[in-house]
Design a binder for this molecule. Structure first.
Ligand SMILES: [Zn+2]
Length: 129
């Protein structure tokens, strides 16, 4: 077995148009531009190579769409112990102590845990194919 070949995407700052590398799973999340320091969602200009990363936009879609929501929420609950809350407006998670966690926080924890990342990717592909 060899390590999977992965290579970050290339994105562009919407303010100064500087291009910089970004891991695929961070697409759709706000980033601080390394050149001008502005915080915004950078634009994809060139796809890298990845195996089973889901972007933040993918994750938001899984939580929003009726077909995939319960399977996604069940996994987040099992892995992190967090429950999805959807008041008017922005969705977020709460833990058993009632503390609030952002969708970004859940996405980052899942995408940096290879076992969960692969599991969620396979779940998404089973719905999307
Ligand atoms: Zn910039």
């Amino acid at each position: 077995m060899t390590e999977p070949h992965t290579q970050p995407d290339t994105v562009e700052c919407p303010h100064c148009h500087t291009r910089f590398p970004l891991a695929h799973y961070l697409l759709g999340m706000r980033q601080r531009c390394p050149a001008c320091g502005q915080e915004d969602v950078p634009k994809l200009v060139d796809s890298g190579h990845w195996r089973c990363d889901l972007t933040f936009g993918d994750f938001q879609g899984l939580l929003r769409d009726a077909y995939t929501q319960s399977s996604t929420v069940e996994r987040v609950s099992r892995w992190l112990g967090w429950m999805l809350q959807q008041p008017e407006g922005e969705a977020f998670f709460t833990d058993l102590l009632g503390r609030r966690h952002s969708l970004e926080a859940a996405h980052l924890l899942i995408q940096t845990t290879p076992e969960w990342q692969l599991n969620l990717y396979r779940m998404a592909m089973s719905f999307w194919r």
